[in-house]
Structures are given as C-alpha cells and as structure tokens.
Design a binder for this molecule. Structure first.
Ligand SMILES: [Zn+2]
Length: 259
C-alpha cells in the first residue's frame, strides 16, 4: 500500500521497513500558508496539514490518530518526551525535538528550509522528530535527541533508522564564516554555501548511527519544484514534518519482527 499523495511526502522505504509507523513531510497547500502567520500558545494549526484528530476526510494519515503535538521552536537542543497527551492538537512548551512511544500520537515540527530529522527505533518501538537548522545543529539537537531517546526508552543509536528530509540544499544555503565555525566545519574567508544535511549526516554517523540505516532526501525547499515552503524564498508559510506510531500497532515498547 503506497502512502504517497498530493499532500504529503513519505520517508522513502520506511513503509516497508517500519510498517508500524508513518513519517513524512506535508507539502505546500492552498490553506497551509495560514500556519506560519498565526500566533499564540494554542493557535490553530492548518487543518489540511494537521487535522488528523479532528477533521474527518482531511486526515492524510487515515483514521484513529488521537493527538497531534508540536512545540514553539527556538532553534535549540531541547527534546521533549511525550507520554500523556490530550486528544486533539496541542502546542507544548518550547523545544525542537520530540520523542514518544505512544501509538496514535503524531509528533510534528514546522519547517521552511530547516532539516527534519526522523528517527525510529524498531527495538524499543520509539519514534523521534527533530527540527534542525544550523543553530540547533550547532547546539547539539541531534546528540541531545539521541541521548534523550536513550534515557527515556533505552534506545541505542546503532538500532535506529534515521532520515533527513526535504530541506535547503548545499548549493542554495549560503552562510557566513561564523556558521561554519559554530558547526565545527573548516571556515571559509567569506560567505559560502553549506550542505547542512551533509553536516548532520556526518554528526549522526559520529554518534553511532549505522550508515545502512541513515538516508538523506535530496529535495531542496528553495531550488526544487516549489512543493515546500522556503524561508529564504520569502515564504511565510510552513510545511510540517510528522512521525507517529500507528494507533492500532499495539502496546508501547513491544518489539517488532521486521527489525
Ligand atoms: Zn537548492
């Protein structure tokens, strides 16, 4: 069964490898432009993108999803572990990473050029999603996220599947020398393009992620076909990265035979 649709991009290969979860990225939609313009701690999210719990036939993930959660993103390294979450949509505190092993709970991050880092542990049956721009990457959002998965649920990096989703590419993302320096990369004399997904990939390998379980999407939010929002293009809208354990997948923490 293919999950590809006109409204979302699935993580390639994961439907077969990890049939107990759904993960992907929403695409620019007619109504999704509202998302980046709203304010307030419990602002309504775009129903086309996030109305999985409440909006009937507009659920791109199908029926049964109980909750959708995200946080106010601050380009930091804080990862939140979600256990008990009320039904419906919730904005929970500040943070750029989310972890859960509760079926029926969708973790989301808002995006417009930054990298969504999808992580799934088939042994502990845990999922995580990080929002990684250069500031968050420099702050260690990946490393902190991995550590939090270990502390909360006993996840080990070598067991994880990791995917870096649609983001601005290494040709489009020109940054100053201070960004290279903050990321610990060789510092050019002036502004130069950087491949942020390449940087995160190297960090993931350094943190113990298996190269055979680490995949990188090559789509660019800026120079691609316009299916995603781009902050650098001047878009005010945001698309969403999402990951969740299927509502019908059974008790949290159960092992899965496909690992
Ligand atoms: Zn590009």
């Amino acid at each position: 069964m293919s999950r590809e649709s006109t409204t979302t991009t699935s993580v390639p290969g994961w439907d077969a490898l990890l049939p107990w979860l759904r993960a992907g990225t929403t695409r620019r939609g007619r109504e999704a432009s509202r998302l980046g313009k709203t304010r307030g701690p419990r602002e309504a999210l775009d129903p086309q993108a996030t109305g999985w719990a409440d909006h009937g036939d507009r659920r791109p993930l199908g029926d049964g999803w109980r909750s959708v959660v995200r946080s106010r993103q601050v380009h930091g390294a804080v990862t939140r572990v979600h256990t008990e979450v009320p039904a419906g949509e919730a904005v929970v505190g500040e943070g750029d990473g989310h972890i859960t092993r509760r079926p029926g709970l969708v973790l989301t991050v808002t995006l417009a050029d930054c990298v969504p880092v999808f992580m799934a542990d088939p042994v502990q049956r845990t999922v995580a999603l990080l929002h990684a721009g250069w500031r968050g990457t420099a702050a260690g959002v990946l490393e902190h996220g991995l550590a939090a998965m270990g502390r909360a649920f006993g996840s080990v990096p070598g067991d994880l599947f990791v995917h870096l989703g649609p983001a601005i590419c290494g040709q489009c993302y020109e940054v100053g020398p201070e960004v290279f320096e903050a990321l610990g990369e060789a510092t050019p004399p002036g502004p130069a393009p950087i491949d942020l997904r390449g940087v995160i990939r190297q960090r993931a390998l350094g943190a113990g992620i298996d190269a055979g379980r680490l995949t990188v999407n090559t789509e660019c939010t800026l120079c691609g076909d316009g299916r995603y929002y781009s902050h650098r293009r001047g878009d005010t809208g945001r698309h969403l990265g999402f990951i969740g354990i299927l509502p019908e997948s059974g008790r949290p923490g159960r092992s899965v035979a496909t690992s």
